[in-house]
Design a protein around this ligand. Structure first.
Ligand SMILES: Cc1cc2nc3c(=O)[nH]c(=O)nc-3n(C[C@H](O)[C@H](O)[C@H](O)COP(=O)(O)OP(=O)(O)OC[C@H]3O[C@@H](n4cnc5c(N)ncnc54)[C@H](O)[C@@H]3O)c2cc1C
Length: 180
């Protein structure tokens, strides 16, 4: 491997790819036009759940590899900050198509949560955030492309509703594709 590997995007997919590549010995530079807190990843619930992601035949292996990594983080909670918490899955609102928070949807989310935990009805709302799941026809694009001039581009995007769930499995595949 020669020179620098550039990772474009600082959400969970780009950051995870950057970590795996750096650990594999690449000299990595990460490019992102926005702050990490402004990404879709910063809005994600952080559930391990292969939800709204294709292609089905590749997702299982990516998700299981990621679960293995997350379980490893749980072994060192003081160092990693990772905690396993229980929860109730009550409903998933329909996908939004605008980054503008919709007050009606927000009220409905609070009402549904309060149906399970009444104390939520009176809780102070700190803010409203919207994220758009990066879905694409055909599902995740994870493939190697040879560029004119000898460069290599590895595509890794379109993780829909499960980028956190599959990030580590996908990042391993990125590293393998780069080192072919
Ligand atoms: C409400 C909600 C809840 C979710 N909950 C979960 C969950 O519980 N579990 C789960 O696994 N998944 C969940 N997801 C899905 C998950 O958030 C996404 O699959 C994941 O965040 C996608 O990660 P990403 O890094 O590809 O994209 P992003 O986090 O959107 O990051 C994209 C990066 O690329 C940069 N970028 C964008 N455009 C350009 C450009 N033109 N040039 C250069 N850089 C660019 C951005 O600045 C950003 O740094 C949820 C999504 C939403 C909306």
């Amino acid at each position: 491997m020669n020179g620098e590997t550039i990772v474009v995007g600082g959400g969970v997919i780009g950051l995870t790819s950057a970590v795996v590549l750096a650990e594999a010995g690449h000299r990595v530079r990460l490019w992102s036009p926005g702050e990490p807190g402004a990404t879709t990843s910063a809005v994600a619930g952080g559930l391990w759940w292969p939800y709204r992601i294709e292609p089905e035949e590749r997702v299982g292996a990516w998700a299981l590899r990621s679960l293995e990594v997350y379980a490893g983080l749980l072994d060192r909670p003081e160092e990693t900050g990772a905690r396993l918490v229980s929860g109730v899955h009550a409903a998933t609102p329909p996908g939004a198509d605008s980054l503008e928070p919709d007050p009606v949807t927000a009220r409905e989310i609070v009402a549904r949560c309060a149906g399970l935990r009444p104390e939520i009805a009176g809780a102070r709302v700190l803010g409203h955030r919207v994220g758009l799941r990066p879905e694409r026809a055909g599902g995740v694009r994870l493939e190697r492309e040879e560029l004119p001039g000898g460069g290599v581009l590895v595509h890794n995007y379109g993780h829909g509703g499960a980028g956190v769930t599959v990030a580590w499995g996908c990042a391993d595949e990125v590293a393998a594709l780069l080192d072919v």
